[in-house]
Design a protein around this ligand. Structure first.
Ligand code: FES
Length: 224
């Protein structure tokens, strides 16, 4: 006969005098059934929660390598005017995957801000035609040296900085480089704040000054 102390300490249900206990049993059948039911419930919940979570989060981690797109020979681009070129951002989806980029050569008199004044890192300036307000295509007006948006009257200066209308930040930009063959190539898109400080790509309507830079997640899919 186990002592009172053994009765509470023993791992065997018989020693603990659990009603209906079997010899050698260490867990009550009630507890075993409860544990089994909880485990089955957790497996069932995970079977439909995890796939949904995976689908929701996959685009955040899925990032296709960017293709550098040829814009044209270096001589094609002046340093005081933009030339529009069409590049493919996402291959295989036709016109939807293409966009217009306004390209000009680096100009030491114009590109004086801290982030693009080095012509070795920014040999060409390439601005997105997508308005930073709601994404309408802007148009370069050489006589006024302005980009104009037809949708809500957004206006940008020659550097792509907002000078009128509702856009919350400057026009997005693209990295550029010159190939060994003397061709200007367009790289990944990036966004800039009002000081032209670069940030990872943001969507239309998302400001990058002040708190805005922390409120909106970066976009890595160029089709967005
Ligand atoms: S989309 Fe350009 S100003 Fe609204």
């Amino acid at each position: 006969m186990p002592s009172k102390h053994d009765r509470y300490k023993s791992k065997y249900t018989v020693d603990r005098q659990v009603p209906g206990a079997f010899e050698g049993e260490t867990i009550t059948r009630r507890r075993f059934m409860t544990g089994t039911a909880h485990t089955a419930g957790a497996v069932a919940a995970a079977s439909f929660t995890l796939p949904a979570l995976g689908l929701a989060l996959a685009p955040v981690f899925e990032r296709e390598p960017h293709r550098w797109e040829i814009a044209g020979p270096v001589d094609m681009f002046p340093d005081d005017n933009y030339i529009p070129v069409v590049v493919t951002l996402a291959a295989g989806i036709g016109q939807v995957g293409k966009t217009t980029v306004y390209v000009r050569k680096h100009n030491a008199a114009l590109d004086t801000d801290a982030y693009d004044r080095n012509p070795r890192t920014h040999p060409f300036i390439a601005l997105s035609d997508r308005c930073a307000h709601a994404g309408c295509p802007v148009r370069w007006v050489p006589a006024a040296e302005r980009f104009a948006c037809p949708c809500h009257g957004g206006v940008y200066d020659i550097l792509g900085r907002r000078v009128g209308g509702p856009p919350p930040r400057p026009l997005d930009r693209f990295f550029t480089r010159v190939s060994k063959q003397g061709l200007v190539e367009i790289g990944p898109r990036y966004s800039v704040n009002s000081e032209l400080k670069p940030f990872s790509p943001r969507g239309p309507g998302e400001p990058l000054d002040g708190l805005g830079q922390y409120l909106y997640p970066a976009q890595f899919d160029e089709r967005k």
